[in-house]
Structures are given as C-alpha cells and as structure tokens.
Design a protein around this ligand. Sequence first.
Ligand SMILES: [Zn+2]
Length: 109
Amino acid sequence: MRIDCHCGKIISDTTDHLAHKAHLTPDQDIYEVWDGIDDEVIDRVASGELAVGDAYMKSRHIINSPTRSMWQCFECGRLYIDGPDGELYCFVPEHEETEKRILRSHISK
Ligand SMILES: [Zn+2]
C-alpha cells in the first residue's frame, strides 16, 4: 500500500514495524476487546476448552477486529486515517512545528 501525500511525498506501507503507522482502536470498541480477551481466551484456556496455540490466534483476531490503520507523513505531518466507512481521511497539522513522528513507538528514536 502507498499513499501519495498532498505534499508530494509517498507514504509507503510495505513492511512491518513502521514508525509512521499506527493501529487505531475506537474507545467505543476497546471494552469489547478487553472482555473478549477475558471471556473468549483467558477463561477458555484456563478451563482447558481452548489450546494455547489457538489462543494466540484468537487473541490477535479479537484485538485486530475493530482496529483501523493510520499513517503520518514525516515530511508535512499530515495524518491519514482509515474511516469507519472504509474511506481514507486526511488531517492537516495546525502548525509547522507539529510533531511529524507522532505515531512512532515510545522506544523509537
Ligand atoms: Zn506529506
């Protein structure tokens, strides 16, 4: 996947561990994620109903199901977010000094 940013730069998404990409989970969905992990994974593993190997995949499915992707252009700071309707939305920083690596990990430099 690639996004042609309005500033002219290309935002590439062809690998993992990207400093310019994040996964957005709406607050309206996060409690279902936590309850799903509790009820559909932890409790079922504890009771012996679900194998540990299956629990890994089930957990990832539950965590990923409500998430949408977002990317930031390192050059201009624009944020691109997949909307709930599947459309890509662009948000422009208010100031030139706005952090242009806001999506990076706290351990990333
Ligand atoms: Zn840009």
